[in-house]
Design a protein around this ligand. Structure first.
Ligand code: FES
Length: 151
């Protein structure tokens, strides 16, 4: 069972071409396998340096929609609210549900499993059964690409 902030090891097509850290291209198997594992372990180390990660093309995510990606074992949801982009932990703080599959209404997202509400901008838990806030992440758009500062 993955921890609450980790996506399961899905082959979801959204998760492979996006969420690639800037400048990181060594994902080869074979002789580099040991190095690759070391890199992934380092990414999972708490306290790792924050890193801007490419999430998606700004035009690939429709307004009032969300998508998810994984980086260093973290699952992150990215939202487009009328052209402004926000990012939160991708997994609900109540149980294991993808926030990217939730219903977006204004600044709130409703969890698809038990309908707990969160504020997308702040991550604040707004209604039961959720009581714990979602972690939020800074975002930026450069050259038509959405980046998330993953800590
Ligand atoms: S899993 Fe999100 S409210 Fe229960």
């Amino acid at each position: 069972m993955p921890s609450e902030d980790q996506c399961p090891h899905s082959k979801n097509e959204f998760e492979r071409p996006i969420g690639v850290p800037i400048g990181r291209t060594n994902l080869n198997f074979g002789p580099n396998e040991t190095k690759r594992k070391t890199t992934m372990a380092e990414e999972n180390t708490a306290g790792a340096a924050p890193e801007w990660v490419l999430a998606a093309g700004a035009h690939a995510l429709a307004s009032e929609d969300a998508m998810r990606f994984t980086h260093g074992g973290k699952c992150i949801a990215v939202y487009n609210l009328s052209g402004s982009f926000y990012a939160t932990s991708g997994i609900c703080t109540h149980e294991h549900a993808f926030m990217s599959e939730g219903y977006i209404d204004g600044e709130t997202v409703e969890c698809p499993l038990h309908q707990g509400l969160f504020n997308i901008r702040t991550g604040a838990a707004l209604s039961p059964p959720v009581t714990k806030n979602l972690q939020t992440f800074k975002t930026k758009v450069e050259n038509g690409q959405v980046y998330v500062l993953v800590e």
